[in-house]
Design a protein around this ligand. Structure first.
Ligand code: GSH
Length: 421
């Protein structure tokens, strides 16, 4: 008999499905499952007396509780890599699973329920939960400053459960302005959800842009406010299942879709510098780099249409593990994909011994770093940015050295040099 998972959709189900992907275990979703109906039948209650999902039906009986189900699926594969490779790793995996459930998920749920109409809204309770959540995210953030994964050097069940719990937060409650206080958690979350076994189940993940308002039915009762009257013949809108939104917000959403605004960088006066030409010259120059590529760069460079920036990682002291540092830089370059049409960059990982320094050079279209990059790529705030003064020969020479991966760079060897083009 196959393993059948009785569930709707959501983070608790994703834990098992992602674990199953990693372990190569086949898990089927129960056909025609209907939340609120299928999980209230006597047959279902026999499997889970509390009548909640998910429940996994196995040939040997049913299992409820999403973490327990995910653990079971992992154990079906002997020596599952998701469970680490030593007793202490196993202990740490369990430690982070509990942390993800009790410190992160429990607080997220107190914030989530009233806002989605599942519980009464009690402001002091929400405040306390958010403050406990921030404490937990702060701790997680410090840990992730020098660790790519929660345990060891690969994804474990702890990462799956942590990421699924964070998924609820990132997708419906925690806006960018909330999470930017925890840059390492942000990096970790986006790295995880982009792993193939995660993205197969989660699809494209988008961070919420607003905290949903409290469902009006869950607010403590208040004297009714006068409501705006509508012309009589205006058709009544269908009651939505989603939490009610304040009028202003609802109106905003219901307006006719606006045409997608052009990227403001496309509206800049044309430049004599053609970025793709520079990128081609950079890629195709194999010899005499200084004479050909660097000279070509300055011949093309248009200080009116483009600007050059040095960046310096703010937390170089934390770069104590080479592969973690390299992963951080690779992740940054992946996330800069959104500006590929308008930028070129070099990122150097400097030093032969930890702590490694990460420094970079970026060429951006326009006189400033594009605002949408600052808004959307959270790595940007992990660096100090200084505009290159091209009238200063020393700064120009530094640009040259960064473009050509010059060694020793500022007296040190390079661990790696990555290019964004
Ligand atoms: N601790 C449980 C939580 C399960 C849970 O709350 N499930 C919700 C859906 S995500 C449910 O079944 N709710 C229906 C109900 O409360 O009757 C787990 O991790 O599996």
């Amino acid at each position: 008999m196959a393993l059948v998972l009785h569930a709707g959709k959501g983070k608790n189900v994703f834990k098992t499905l992602i674990a199953a992907e990693y372990c190569g275990i086949k898990v089927e979703l129960a056909q025609n499952f209907e939340m609120g109906v299928s999980n209230k039948t006597p047959e279902f209650i026999k499997m889970n007396p509390i009548g909640k999902v998910p429940v996994l039906e196995t040939p040997d009986g049913a299992i409820f509780e999403s973490n327990a189900i995910a653990r079971y699926v992992c154990r079906l594969k002997s020596d599952s890599p998701l469970y680490g490779s030593s007793l202490i790793e196993y202990g740490h995996i369990e430690q982070w699973i509990d942390f993800a459930s009790l410190e992160i998920d429990a607080n997220l749920l107190i914030w989530f329920r009233p806002r989605f109409g599942y519980a009464s809204y009690l402001p002091p309770a929400e405040e306390a939960a958010i403050s406990a959540l921030k404490r937990a995210l702060g701790a997680l953030n410090s840990y992730l400053a020098s660790n790519t994964y929660l345990v060891g050097h690969a994804v474990t069940l702890a990462d799956i459960i942590m990421t699924c719990n964070l998924y609820l937060g990132f997708t419906v409650l925690m806006t960018k302005s909330f999470t930017s206080e925890f840059p390492h958690v942000e990096r970790y979350f986006w790295t995880m959800v982009n792993q193939p076994n995660f993205s197969k189940i989660l699809g494209e993940v988008k961070q919420t842009e607003k905290v949903p308002p409290v469902s009006s039915s869950k607010k403590p009762s208040q004297p009714k406010e006068a409501t705006k009257t509508k012309p009589k013949d205006e058709p009544k809108k269908e009651a939505k299942k989603e939490p009610e939104k304040p009028k202003a917000e609802a109106d905003e959403e219901e307006e006719a879709p606006k045409p997608k605004p052009k990227n403001p960088l496309d509206l800049l006066p044309p430049s004599k510098m053609i970025l793709d030409e520079w990128k081609r010259l950079y890629s195709n120059t194999k010899t005499n780099f200084r004479e050909v590529a660097i000279k070509g760069f300055w011949d093309m460079y248009d200080p009116e249409g483009y600007s050059l920036w040095f960046c310096n990682y703010k937390y170089n002291d934390e770069n104590t593990v080479s592969f973690v540092t390299l992963n951080k830089v690779s992740g940054f370059l992946q996330r800069m994909d959104l500006v590929r049409k308008y930028a070129f960059g070099k990122m150097l990982v400097i030093g032969s011994e930890p702590p490694f320094k990460v420094k970079g050079l970026w060429l951006f279209r326009g006189p400033e770093i594009p605002q949408f990059v600052l808004n959307e790529c959270y790595d940007m705030e992990l660096y100090d940015w200084t505009k290159v003064d091209i009238s200063d020969e020393a700064q120009k020479e530094r640009v040259n050295q960064m473009i050509e991966d010059f060694e020793p760079f500022e007296g040190e060897s390079l661990l790696d040099a990555k290019c964004f083009k």
